[in-house]
Design a protein around this ligand. Structure first.
Ligand code: 3HC
Length: 284
């Protein structure tokens, strides 16, 4: 396995720009790739804002922020990723979208390069099967906000090799994170436990048991969660929560994972949480 110097990050959204931020701040060169210039511009603007926030909190120096920013090169064309030593995909939580990207990365990147996915619930084994290198396909699941959260859930697919697993563990540590190993199953551990809790909180609101404010206060004050489940759902994105519930429902096949009708209705209405300005709360 060659030394990792340049990392390709696919997707400049919340998770992708967070991963690019952390990788650049940890001394890697980053090619940040997305399909439209406005998505790249928005991702880079978020990174600049978050680097400035870290400078203002004296977590990094102005010079380190400038070096990190300069290490991130935007790319609209996947062909530009050819020289990268590692790839992590952080795009839409849909199998068909990720499958197409994995097939393309398999064609473009050198045969020994690891292809990781930041998927929050989709099967790593299925993504591996899209490529000619399933031994080098692995899950590397970061948490939002990526610059702040300590965890990387590392998911082995059926064919993921020990060498790939160890490389990714070492990389996670080099990024300042703590890796935790899990096996490949719908939602892994984090979302298998977190999303049913959020979904149940939505059911409780739909049934009039309590207001969103009351539900969240119970979890903040009673269980010391930094955010209650509904504020967290808004933060993650209600569309992302719904997609994950559907993966759990289909993948595990137990009706207890059925998405709450209120969650479905809110997504249908375009109430996606913070990113759309409205979810269980409103945001200006
Ligand atoms: N970049 C860099 N730093 C950031 C940041 C960002 N994007 N967002 C927040 N910070 C820093 C702040 O500067 C602050 O630093 P300080 O401690 O030095 O002052 C610190 O993080 C705390 O932020 P704030 O003071 O602004 O606000 P809070 O104290 O309310 O914390 C929070 C914000 C860190 C988001 C906290 O509410 C929290 O931990 N919430 C829970 C987040 C969570 O559960 N994430 C996981 C979601 S699930 C997921 O991602 C998986 C997916 O598959 C669905």
């Amino acid at each position: 396995m060659n030394e990792i110097k340049t990392i390709a990050v696919l997707g400049a959204g919340t998770m992708g720009n967070g991963i690019a931020h952390v990788a650049a701040r940890s001394g890697y060169r980053v090619l940040l790739c997305d399909v439209a210039q406005n998505l790249l511009d928005r991702g880079i603007a978020t990174i600049e804002k978050n680097l400035a926030r870290e400078v203002s909190k004296a977590k990094i120096t102005q010079r380190q922020a400038e070096e990190a920013r300069a290490a991130i090169v935007p790319a609209l064309d996947r062909e530009a990723l050819g020289g990268c030593d590692f790839a992590v995909e952080a795009t839409t939580e849909r199998l068909e979208v990720k499958a197409e990207i994995f097939r393309d990365l398999d064609r473009i990147l050198r045969a020994e390069v690891i292809l990781a996915s930041n998927t929050s619930s989709i099967s790593i084994t299925k993504l591996g099967a899209q490529t000619s290198r399933p031994r080098q396909v692995i899950g590397m699941h970061f948490f939002n906000p990526v610059p702040v959260m300590q965890l990387v859930e590392v998911i082995r697919g059926l064919e993921t090799s020990q060498e790939t697993f160890e490389t990714v563990q070492t990389l996670a540590v080099a990024l300042g994170k703590t890796p935790v190993e899990v096996n490949d199953a719908a939602g892994f551990i984090s979302n298998r436990v977190l999303m049913p809790m959020i979904n149940e909180a939505v059911f409780a609101v739909m049934e009039g048991v309590a207001t969103p404010e009351a539900v969240d206060k119970i979890f903040q004050l009673g269980m010391a969660h930094p955010m209650g489940p509904l504020a967290l759902a808004d933060f993650i994105g209600l569309d992302v929560c719904l997609d994950i519930m559907r993966v759990l429902e289909q993948g595990i096949g137990d009706p207890k994972y059925r998405p709450c009708p209120l969650l479905i209705r809110m997504v249908d209405a375009g109430w996606l949480g913070r990113k759309s300005g409205r979810g269980f709360y409103t945001y200006t």
